[in-house]
Design a binder for this molecule. Structure first.
Ligand code: EPU
Length: 339
């Protein structure tokens, strides 16, 4: 367990914001987590947990202790003729884990290729892309409860997965840390989700049949064409959620704006594309100082270099107010604001 004081968090958040942690502890094993939970300062309960930093906006320096999830490892814990159960430590890279499974020809995670971040954070917001969510391949996870100092195994029902949502954003927020996630992946009879237009186009253009590998490659190509690489341009993917609205409200809105993309949900609401709203409010590709909404995907807030957290948040609020003014829709951040 390594401790640092007044440490820059710039290498640990994908916006590249240079906020400082008063103390930063690197937890490199599950034993470190257990030891840290017993630390005399009793810090674990108030700790900011730092995972891949790909879904957070640091608006200020972080007082107290920030704990970095840095334990790794991947193990096949069970196997049948049809399935494999892969347990992955919270500190493993999400994308490397997806590619590891793709290279083994195991199905389930291929649509989720190239999502930044670490495995332990994936269940927190039930990451999703191209018609697939983490919940679809999820078996269980192990959660270390700070107060009880014990490990709990949780299945999908315990996790309460929803759209970019789970129990870890609600009742269990701040109560502990996810140690590992077990995925149930298919070894044969894979179920492919290729209904997303761009995936079909990519497969058609190469003439390759859908497979675990070809879908992963197609998703990577699509993401690379639309979404900025955080190593090149600081960002945290979609900054806002796609709002789910009552059907009546969307029908009225679509009369005024026939191009508005709509996604009917099982609960009767209709999700509308926040990226479209932001683009049509005039913010796509518009740069204000060091910040702006991306040229290829208006839902992505980018740091063109040197922007502070407050500067990025100010811009997000500007965009939010403008969308509200033009469409009467209140966008909600998908990204966690810290400080
Ligand atoms: N659109 C525009 N202008 C834009 C951006 C999008 O008109 O600038 C339109 C598109 O033409 C399309 C619709 O909005 O008709 C949806 O766009 P897209 O397919 O790019 O997906 P999204 O709804 O903007 C969501 C996820 C992404 C995920 C993609 C693909 C959320 C908040 N975002 O974006 O997830 O990769 O679908 O499945 O649900 C993330 O969460 O960080 C993320 C990148």
């Amino acid at each position: 367990m390594i401790w640092e004081s007044n440490a820059s968090l710039a290498p640990y958040n994908t916006f590249g914001i240079d906020a400082k942690a008063e103390r930063l502890v690197h937890l490199e094993s599950e034993a470190d987590v257990a030891a840290y939970a017993l630390h005399p300062d009793g810090l674990a309960k108030q700790t900011l947990l730092l995972s891949g930093g790909s879904n957070m906006l640091l608006c200020a320096d972080v007082p107290g202790t920030t704990a970095r999830i840095a334990w790794t490892g991947r193990t096949v814990v069970r196997e049948t003729e049809d399935h494999v159960w892969l347990e992955v430590a919270a500190g493993e890279s999400w994308h490397e884990t997806v590619r590891f499974s793709v290279q083994a020809h195991w199905g389930g995670l291929q649509n989720l290729s190239l999502i930044p971040g670490l495995v332990g954070a994936a269940p927190v917001q039930n990451i999703g892309a191209y018609g697939v969510e983490l919940a679809d391949s999820f078996d269980s996870l192990r959660f270390f409860d700070w107060t009880r100092q014990e490990i709990r195994t949780m299945d999908a029902a315990d996790c309460g997965f929803g759209y970019r949502d789970s129990v870890f954003k609600k009742q269990l927020k701040g109560k502990g840390v996810i140690l590992s996630v077990t995925f149930r992946l298919t070894k044969r009879d894979h179920r492919f989700q290729t209904s997303y237009g761009a995936i079909q186009d990519a497969l058609a253009s190469t003439g390759v049949a859908p497979s675990v590998e070809s879908i992963s490659d197609a998703v990577m190509a699509i993401r690379q064409s639309k979404l900025p690489d955080p190593k090149v341009l600081g960002n945290s993917g979609s900054f806002f959620k796609n709002p789910a609205l009552p059907a009546q409200e969307v029908t009225a809105l679509a009369e005024l704006h026939p191009g508005l993309p709509q996604y009917p949900q099982a609960d009767g609401t209709i999700k509308v594309a926040a990226g479209w709203l932001i683009e049509h409010a005039g913010w796509k590709g518009k740069r204000v100082g060091n910040v702006g909404m991306h040229t290829q995907q208006a839902l992505v807030l980018v740091n063109y270099g040197g922007a502070s957290g407050p500067e990025l948040w100010e811009h997000a609020q500007r965009v939010q107010a403008s969308v509200f003014e033009q469409f009467g829709i209140q966008l909600e951040p998908e990204v966690n604001l810290i400080g």
